[in-house]
Ligand binder design. Structure first.
Ligand SMILES: Nc1ncnc2c1ncn2[C@@H]1O[C@H](COP(=O)(O)OP(=O)(O)O)[C@@H](O)[C@H]1O
Ligand SMILES: [Mg+2]
Length: 369
C-alpha cells in the first residue's frame, strides 16, 4: 500500500519500526497509549531496540536538534495537558506532531487544518442532512469531526495552524479541554460525550502568523507551549536535506545520485542567511523570507528533478541558484539584492579561499536577476 501513496501517513511509513518498538517495549505506559514514553522517544530520536527473540533492530532518527524538547513534549502529553508547538514555518512542528500521534495513538491523521474558514463543525461534529431530515437528530445522523473522534476513541486530535482560525472558533476547545466533556445538545440526554483516556490535543502555530488571530489567554492556559527552533548546526541541516531528498526521490522514482556537496552548499547558504553572518565572520543581510530547512529541502529536490528530467542526472549549480532565487525572492524583491550581496561577499570569499565547488557556485551569481 505504501508504494501507492504520494505521502503515506507516518504510521504506515514506519509501520515496521513501530511494531518492533511495540514488541520490545517494556516501559511504563499511560492508559491507552500504544507505546511507553521511552519507546516514543526512541521512535522519534532513534536508537536500537532488542526484540523478545534477542535480535537487535535499529530505529532511525527522525527529528534533529533538540532531544530535551521531544522528551518534554512526551511528558506533557503523558500528563494529559494539551501540547502547543510554536515556531517559524518549516521547523518540523507538523512533522513532530505527526510522529507523536503515530507513536502514541497509532494514528496521525485525525487532524483539523486551521484556516480563516475553519468552523466549529469542522472541529467538533456536523450532520448528515439526509439522515437528519428523515430520522431527526440521532447518533446515526451525526458526523463526528476530529475532536469528537479523538474523545470517543481515546486518541489525539491534531489542530494544525491554530492561529489562522478566528479566535472565537479556537475557543470552542476550551470547555472540552477543561472538562473533557463535549455536549451535543441536539441529542438530548444522549448528547454528553465523555473523553476516553488517551484523548489529547496537539496544536501547531507559526510565530510568523502571530497577531493574525492571537490565542485567548484562557485557551493558552490549557496548553503547554514548546518553541521549536530552526536547526542551527550546518552538518545536521545537510543530513536532513539529504535524507528528505532521498525519500522524495524514492517516492517519485527518481534514480539520480544524491550529491552531498550540493547539499552542503545549500545547508551553508541557508544557515548563513538565517544567522546573518558567514562562517568567516562577514556580516550578511538577512532576507525577509523564511529561510527554513523545509525550503532548503525543496530547492535541493527541485534541482534533483531538473537533473533527472532535463539533464544527464548530475545536479547543476546554475539550476540550484535559480531555484534558490525562486525560493528566497518570492515575497519581496529586496531579497534579490540581499541574495546578490550574499554571493558577492560570503560566497566570493569561500570561492577564493576554498575554490572547487564554491568557485563554481560563485560563478552562478550571474543567474541572480
Ligand atoms: N529539526 C528537524 N529535524 C528533522 N527534520 C526537520 C527539522 N526541521 C525541519 N525539518 C524538515 O522540514 C520539513 C518541514 O517541516 P514541517 O513539519 O512541515 O514544518 P512546520 O510545520 O514547522 O512548518 C520536515 O518534514 C523535515 O524534512
Ligand atoms: Mg506545519
Amino acid at each position: 500500500m505504501e508504494q501507492d501513496l504520494i505521502k503515506p501517513p507516518v504510521e504506515l511509513r514506519y509501520a515496521e519500526e513501530l511494531s518492533a518498538l511495540k514488541a520490545a517495549d517494556t516501559g511504563r505506559r499511560p492508559e491507552n497509549w500504544k507505546l511507553s514514553p521511552k519507546a516514543v522517544r526512541t521512535f522519534i530520536l532513534g536508537g536500537t531496540v532488542t526484540l523478545p527473540d534477542g535480535q537487535k533492530r535499529d530505529i532511525s532518527r527522525k527529528f534533529y536538534g533538540n532531544d530535551a524538547l521531544v522528551e518534554r513534549c512526551i511528558i506533557t502529553l503523558a500528563g494529559n495537558r494539551g501540547l502547543m508547538l510554536v515556531g517559524e514555518p518549516g521547523t518540523a512542528k507538523t512533522m513532530l506532531s505527526e510522529l507523536l500521534s503515530a507513536a502514541i495513538c497509532g494514528r496521525s491523521t485525525n487532524t483539523v487544518q486551521g484556516t480563516a474558514g475553519t468552523t466549529e463543525d469542522m472541529i467538533k461534529y456536523s450532520w448528515n442532512y439526509a439522515l437528519l431530515l428523515s430520522k431527526g437528530p440521532c447518533r446515526e445522523a451525526l458526523v463526528p469531526a476530529p475532536l469528537l473522534i479523538g474523545m470517543e476513541e481515546g486518541i489525539f486530535a491534531r489542530f494544525e495552524e491554530i492561529t489562522r482560525t478566528p479566535a472565537e472558533i479556537q475557543d470552542s476547545l476550551i470547555s472540552v479541554m477543561s472538562d473533557q466533556i463535549l455536549n451535543i445538545p441536539e441529542l438530548g440526554d444522549a448528547g454528553l460525550v465523555f473523553a476516553r483516556p488517551g484523548f489529547n490535543i496537539i496544536g501547531t502555530a507559526n510565530t510568523r502568523d502571530k497577531g493574525v488571530n492571537e490565542m485567548s489567554g484562557a485557551l493558552k492556559r490549557r496548553f503547554n507551549f514548546e518553541t521549536v527552533s530552526p536547526v542551527r548546526d550546518v552538518k545536521l541541516e545537510k543530513e536532513i536535506i539529504l535524507r528528505e531528498a532521498n525519500d522524495l526521490a524514492k517516492a517519485g522514482h527518481i534514480d539520480c545520485p544524491i550529491d552531498r556537496d550540493v547539499a552542503e552548499l545549500l545547508a551553508v547558504t541557508y544557515h548563513e542567511l538565517r544567522e546573518g553572518q558567514s562562517a568567516e565572520g562577514t556580516k550578511v543581510e538577512k532576507p525577509a523570507a523564511v529561510m527554513s530547512t523545509a525550503e532548503a529541502v525543496s530547492v535541493y529536490f527541485q534541482t534533483l528533478c531538473h537533473a533527472w528530467y532535463y539533464g544527464n542526472g548530475t545536479m547543476e549549480l546554475p539550476v540550484l541558484t535559480e531555484n534558490l532565487l525562486g525560493a528566497v525572492c518570492k515575497e519581496n524583491r529586496d531579497d534579490l539584492e540581499r541574495l546578490r550581496s550574499y554571493f558577492n561577499t560570503a560566497v566570493k570569499q569561500k570561492s577564493t579561499r576554498e575554490g572547487g565547488i564554491w568557485e563554481a557556485y560563485f560563478k552562478t551569481a550571474a543567474y541572480l536577476k
